[in-house]
Design a protein around this ligand. Structure first.
Ligand code: ADE
Ligand code: ZN
Length: 326
């Protein structure tokens, strides 16, 4: 199994919060996992991506030092290895971890070290995607994230992303940032077509995005869908997350299987295992219950391999590993 789209802060094992909060000197609102879960997971009646994103405040407050970022990345990689993933591209936004004075570079290096440590003794390989954030006053921080991605590409970092409130800060406003990323040859994906419509996806493609985070609203525009299929743009789809953020109203309306059958390069991912209370196995189980065949499942992994931000020779080795397990 492969997961190309999961956020570190939204995917931490809940038990780990007691250790992280103690290390960080942060008070938790509950003393046991059951009590803590409502603060870490999206509510059943979550209304929008904006409400969903509120669940990141607590994890981010517990990740403000190299030690906690290391522990978090280690804990997540260990969990992914235990679950049987062979490859995961974990992502996080280094600029959110500077409240106590860390530089972006220090935050990134701590996460790289944690991922390396956590996957020891497992079959898991990892990459790290750096998220820039949608916002009004963080142009410099985003440019710094892109500069760090350029500096550390191939040395623990594999790509760049844009995350955050898509409906409030449209994709078209980030042209300068991704123009720079393209000049530096940094592979990038952009969250688009999740809380905003086809224009957001179109803007991301015009910047040169090779992959789209979510992209569910591609179905609203026939010409755009044809382009996405023709160019085999990787769609990083995350079903449970889409239901929680109301990008999609109901499970049976989710377009993942339909898009796969139309020939789009669909992949299946978790987004935020803890916020969404899911795992990659759960996401697959749901797709199978909706009628996904073994052949279609194989296609998902082929799409994930093709879309991975990895050099070709590493993709080939990973492909052999994946096929062994099918
Ligand atoms: N950060 C974490 N999850 C996200 C999502 N689904 N969309 C945008 N930003 C996010
Ligand atoms: Zn995401």
């Amino acid at each position: 199994m492969i997961d190309l789209h999961l956020h570190l802060d939204g995917s931490l094992p809940p038990e780990l919060f007691f250790k992280l909060a103690a290390m960080e000197g942060v008070g938790l609102p509950a003393g046991d996992v059951d009590g803590l879960l409502p603060y870490l997971t999206a509510p059943r009646d979550c209304k929008s991506l904006n409400e969903f994103l509120e669940k990141f405040a607590l994890p981010v407050s517990c990740l403000q030092s190299e030690e906690t970022l290391f522990e978090a990345a280690r804990g997540l990689a260990k969990e992914l290895g235990r679950e049987g993933l062979v490859y995961a591209e974990v992502r996080f936004a280094p600029q959110l971890h500077r409240q106590k004075g860390l530089t972006q570079r220090q935050a990134i290096q701590a996460v790289i070290r944690g991922l390396e440590k956590g996957r020891e003794g497992t079959s898991l390989k990892t990459g790290l995607i750096l998220c820039c954030m949608r916002g009004r006053d963080n142009r410099e921080e985003n440019l710094e994230t892109a500069a760090q991605a350029a500096a550390l590409l191939g040395a623990g970092v594999c790509g760049l992303d844009l995350a955050g409130a898509e409906a409030l800060y449209p994709t078209r406003d980030f042209e300068e940032l991704f123009c720079k990323a393209r000049k530096e040859n940094i592979p990038f994906t952009i969250h688009a077509g999740e809380a905003d419509g086809p224009d957001s996806i179109r803007a991301a493609l015009s910047f040169g995005a090779r992959r789209i985070g979510h992209g569910v609203r591609v179905t609203e525009d026939k010409a755009l869908l044809e382009e996405v299929i023709r160019k085999q743009v990787t769609l990083e789809m995350c079903v449970t997350s889409n239901l929680q953020t109301k990008a999609v109203r109901e499970g049976r309306e989710h377009p993942a299987l339909w898009l796969l059958r139309q020939g789009a390069a669909v992949t299946i991912n978790t987004d935020d295992m803890t916020v969404c209370k899911t795992t990659i196995s759960e996401e697959l189980k749901w797709l199978r219950s909706m009628g996904m065949t073994r052949e279609e499942e194989r296609k998902l992994w082929e799409n994930a391999l093709k879309g991975a931000f990895l050099p070709e020779e590493e993709k080939e080795a990973l492909g052999r590993e994946v096929r062994l397990r099918l």
